[in-house]
Design a protein. Structure first.
Length: 174
């Protein structure tokens, strides 16, 4: 079939051209042979170029469609990533608020606990101070009594009356 087309394509213009010179010489036009030659040229061109052109445009269409799908897929992924990031951001804000609230409560509890410990420590220190003062007071009383008794035994205070004895003790205590 192809051989027949090739043969027709090469022989038909030659046959038309041979008869075309006579018509032009007689005063006619060579429009029909030129038209046939143009149609044969277009047919040959179509035969050789049509399939590659079709393949090119089909491939180009498929490539454009593939790129479009890829861009749409990336757009969806980007939107999803944005939504995920927004959700993570909101969750982080909530977590931060919870942490801040927890830290405030914890600091209040620690302050309260430290305040209670300080009060207890102050009370303990006051008790210790009072006990120390009591011990010092007793030691002073013992020391004073011992001095008074020493003076009584050393000197002539044994014959002293109570009034003098009380005055002597008062002098030592004061």
């Amino acid at each position: 079939m192809r051989k027949l087309l090739w043969t027709a394509a090469f022989l038909l213009p030659a046959a038309l051209m041979a008869s075309g010179h006579e018509a032009a010489a007689e005063g006619g036009t060579d429009f029909v042979p030129r038209l046939v030659n143009f149609l044969i040229f277009v047919g040959i061109l179509w035969y050789f170029v049509a399939e590659p052109v079709k393949n090119f445009f089909t491939g180009r269409t498929a490539e454009i469609a593939e790129r479009l799908e890829e861009v749409q897929r990336r757009l969806k992924e980007t939107k999803q990533a944005k939504e995920d990031a927004q959700a993570a951001y909101e969750q982080a804000l909530k977590t931060a608020e919870e942490i801040i609230e927890s830290a405030k409560k914890e600091s209040q509890l620690l302050a309260k606990k430290l305040d209670e410990q300080l009060k207890a420590e102050l009370e303990n220190l006051e008790k210790l101070q009072e006990e120390k003062m009591e011990v010092e007071k007793r030691q002073m009383v013992r020391k004073t009594v011992a001095e008074v008794l020493d003076e009584l035994f050393k000197g002539d205070a044994i014959g002293m009356d109570e009034k003098k004895f009380v005055n002597l003790i008062m002098k030592k205590v004061a």
